[in-house]
Design a binder for this molecule. Structure first.
Ligand code: GFB
Length: 323
């Protein structure tokens, strides 16, 4: 491990979005860092309200912030609610980042998404591909907000010397995911579909689109580990991809999920649903060079996500903000 340049031990660390899949994983991961973890309920602070965010930040004075709050959703939710995905994300990022600056927060990490890259970027996608081409239309609204967030961090670094950094996770899955079929991402949808088909004795499950798009997946506990690692060891304007470095077609993923869950029927396709971008495998080289690599394999990760699904984690999270 490279030198720790920012130790979290003894620090007051605010996790924005602690009830969401990513924020809750960061909270779990921080428990071994010897820091004081700060969270705030959505009922107390709506991150879309600047006065509430600034008052809370001024009163609680965190030393460090993980900005994991976001309005998130799968391909259909992104495509159906463009105003919500653009407005909610822009406003909460701006509020938290500016309030952190005003409250003299020492270090902040902003979490983005692999959809910030051009739809047809060369694969695997290196960090420098940002803003070199047009975005994927189904999620350009969310992508624009996430690009604004990472640029805000860069701007506060440039103008005010703030140590605000950005990480861009790939498609994440794991405990605390949203299993609502209309708004979820593909992994929790497939887990739920395969489970319910098995239990009901159905002969098929139906996936959206052609099944040919390829996606990269990372277990959320690996993502949280990488975020904490970068918080402690990384300080620069440029963002860092956080992924597994491997991708898989949606049809192959459906087959793997079916195998893990024990569903033996057919997999059919709903061609009325969008495919989205054909492929978005991020380059993992920069993070590897920085000394971090994932620990949870895809099959093992799916089994863990299924386990958490069975334990009742049917969380419907339209906003990963604190509640
Ligand atoms: O995970 P997903 O919703 O989002 O869909 P994106 C990935 C692929 O899986 C698409 C297919 O090709 C879907 O058509 N798919 C197959 C399904 N069956 C299903 C299903 O039952 N449910 C869902 N949801 N998909 C999101 C962005 O894009 O990725 C977000 O919209 C964010 O903004 C996120 O960036 C990480 O990978 O296409």
């Amino acid at each position: 491990m490279p030198d720790v340049i920012y130790s979290l031990a003894g620090k007051r660390v605010y996790v924005a979005g602690h009830r969401g899949m990513v924020g809750s994983a960061i909270v779990r991961r921080l428990e071994s860092e010897g820091c004081e973890i700060l969270t705030v309920a959505h009922a107390e602070v709506d991150l879309r309200r600047q006065d509430q965010v600034e008052a809370w930040m001024a009163k609680n004075r965190p030393d460090a912030v993980f900005l994991a709050a976001a309005k998130v959703g799968g391909i259909l939710a992104n495509d159906t609610y463009p105003a919500d995905f653009l407005y909610d994300n822009l406003i909460l990022e701006a509020n938290v980042i500016h309030a952190a600056y005003e409250a003299r927060v020492e270090k902040l990490m902003f979490l983005g998404s692999s959809c910030i890259y051009p739809k047809l970027a060369d694969q695997p996608i290196v960090e420098d591909a940002l803003l070199t081409g047009s975005l994927e239309p189904t999620n350009e609204w969310y992508a624009i907000a996430k690009i604004a967030g990472l640029k805000l961090c860069a701007a506060y670094r440039k103008q005010h010397g703030k140590d605000f950094i950005s990480a861009m996770p790939t498609n994440l899955y794991g405990p605390g995911d949203n299993f609502d079929l209309a708004s979820s991402h593909v992994m929790p949808a497939l887990i739920r579909k395969a489970h319910e088909a098995k239990v009901n004795g159905d002969k098929e499950i139906r996936i959206w689109g052609t099944g040919t798009p390829k996606r990269e997946f990372l277990h959320v506990d690996d993502c949280a580990d990488a975020c904490v690692y970068l918080m402690k060891t990384y300080s620069a304007e440029s963002h860092v991809n956080v992924g597994s470095g491997k991708d898989i077609s949606i049809l192959e993923l459906a087959q793997l999920v079916a195998e893990v869950i024990g569903f033996e029927g057919d997999i059919t396709r709903d061609l009325t649903k969008p495919d989205g971008t054909p492929r978005k495998l991020m380059s993992a080289d920069k993070l590897r060079r920085l000394g971090w690599s994932p620990k949870i394999g895809l099959k093992e990760g799916i089994a863990d996500a299924y386990h958490s699904f069975l334990n009742g984690h049917y969380l419907k999270r339209h906003i990963e903000a604190a509640e």
